[in-house]
Design a protein around this ligand. Structure first.
Ligand SMILES: [Zn+2]
Length: 128
């Protein structure tokens, strides 16, 4: 008896990260076309990260605290320690020259504070 021949199609599926369910890495599905052929589908899943990269599900390491999207590489805010994807990370240079990683709202807050300090400084420098 002749064995049926196998035809395997490889498919790559790009999906958004499913936080509630399981995102399977690879799925195989075989269907019998007829007595002599079995058709297989191998579906590999890829995830789009917050920063637009396409990675394997196992490479997802965290969910950003700001935009709530999955990412493969994250940083933490130097102020509040929350997780930030690459898109939501802001760099803020403080007066001593140190660069801090902060969230967009923390950046706004810092900007406002520093502007107030500078205004205060300017007032102080003016001759009486
Ligand atoms: Zn984000």
């Amino acid at each position: 008896m002749k064995l049926p021949s196998e035809l395997l199609h490889k498919i790559i599926k790009i999906v958004n990260f499913d936080k509630t369910g399981e995102t399977s890495e690879k799925l195989e599905r075989w269907t019998e076309k007829d007595a002599s052929t079995i058709i297989g589908e191998e579906i590999e899943t890829r995830i789009i990260t917050a920063s637009g990269n396409v990675v394997k599900p196992k490479d997802i390491t965290s969910i950003c605290s700001v935009c709530n999207k999955a990412d493969s590489e994250t940083g933490r805010s130097d102020i509040s320690d929350i997780l930030l994807c690459r898109v939501c990370q802001r760099k803020f240079k403080n007066p001593s020259g140190k660069t801090l990683i902060v969230s967009p709202s923390e950046e706004q807050e810092l900007d406002r504070n520093f502007n107030e300090w500078e205004a205060f400084d300017d007032k102080r420098k003016q001759p009486q």
